[in-house]
Ligand binder design. Structure first.
Ligand code: SN0
Length: 315
């Protein structure tokens, strides 16, 4: 069993209730992972993903080994048949097989490069590990998705919703750097599996990959989208059409308390890290309606559920 995308979740509602069970007693299966090792490989920075996945594995009694490919580790070649007379030192073929001997599962973070859309869509790093590793693979944010985040978001919405069909709004907000579409992609895919009135709002031209959004509702007027919302989920992403470009930095899209007043006293969500007073005003993220810290806490239980399923699958 691998955990690569939302497609690996057979029943979201079932997974959410299982995660909430784990949250009630996180040490219940402390023996399940005994003498097993989880390897965490990072090609990009991390705070929550690294610590919550590590915490989840420790709750299951596993050992964890971590490697940063950002500044340690050889640079890897992912192309089959490459003549390796340039920068890359080691081929994914050896690297993945070797790491598989040390680990019972491998979790990987490898962001979109935001240069070549087709290359990012082909998920070079995750695909390389899927091809050559001999143990289960967990996605800790790949080029096109961040399913552990989306699962934590689903758990958080379940905990905080006050009606069966909440209005959930994904809003784009400005950012000084070009960011990947992974988080909004997985959030949209997760919302498609839920009973909710789900709307995305973003400037024209900021449409995500239509293969992801399918017939999901888009409202280009942010104020209109916010009306009666129960949850506001803010996130920046760079342009998908003009791939990786920043085409808009309009600060009118920042989530302010004036905009939150349009909502049905909505909860504010963001995956973090967040640029304060660019994505969201201090007074919103510091308000009682902000649930970003609860959301981050649920990262542990989303990771723990996934690792638990992988451990049980191997038995
Ligand atoms: C990442 C992203 O995909 O948007 C990770 C989110 C979980 N975010 C960033 O890279 C933020 C970088 C910054 O400088 O604000």
């Amino acid at each position: 069993m691998n955990f690569i995308s939302l497609k690996d979740i057979d029943s979201l509602s079932k997974w959410v209730s299982e995660a909430l069970e784990i949250k009630k007693n996180p040490l219940k299966k402390k023996k399940l992972g005994q003498d097993k090792t989880l390897g965490l490989l990072f090609f990009n920075p991390s705070l929550r993903t690294r610590l919550s996945t590590q915490k989840a594995a420790l709750n299951l009694g596993m050992n964890v080994i971590v490697m940063n490919f950002t500044n340690e580790g050889w640079s890897l070649e992912f192309e089959d048949g490459a003549v390796m007379n340039q920068g890359a030192t080691e081929h994914i073929k050896e690297a993945a097989e070797v790491i598989s001997q040390y680990c019972d599962a491998i979790a990987i973070r490898a962001f979109a490069e935001l240069i070549d859309r087709e290359k990012d869509n082909s998920e070079v790093v995750i695909s390389g590990f899927l091809k050559y590793a001999t143990v289960p693979i967990i996605n800790m944010e790949s080029a096109t998705g961040h399913p552990l985040q989306a699962l934590a978001d689903a758990i958080t919405i379940e905990e905080f919703k006050s009606n069966q069909r909440p209005k959930v709004v994904l809003t784009w907000a400005p950012h000084p750097k070009a960011l990947p579409q992974a988080v909004p992609n997985s959030f949209v895919e997760m919302m498609q599996l839920q009973e909710a009135d789900f709307v995305s709002t973003h400037p024209k031209g900021y449409e995500l990959n239509p293969a992801v959004t399918k017939d999901s509702k888009i409202e280009y007027n942010q104020n209109k989208a916010f009306e009666n919302a129960d949850f506001i989920y803010a996130k920046n992403w760079s342009n998908y059409n003009e791939y990786g470009k920043i085409k808009n930095s309009d600060t009118n899209w920042t989530v302010t308390s004036e905009k939150m007043k349009l909502t049905n006293n909505a909860k504010f969500m963001h995956c973090l890290p967040v640029r304060r007073n660019v994505i969201v005003a201090d007074e919103v993220i510091d308000s009682n309606n902000s649930i970003v810290i609860n959301q981050a806490n649920n990262r542990t239980y989303s990771a723990q559920l996934v690792i638990q399923k992988i451990l049980q699958d191997g038995k």
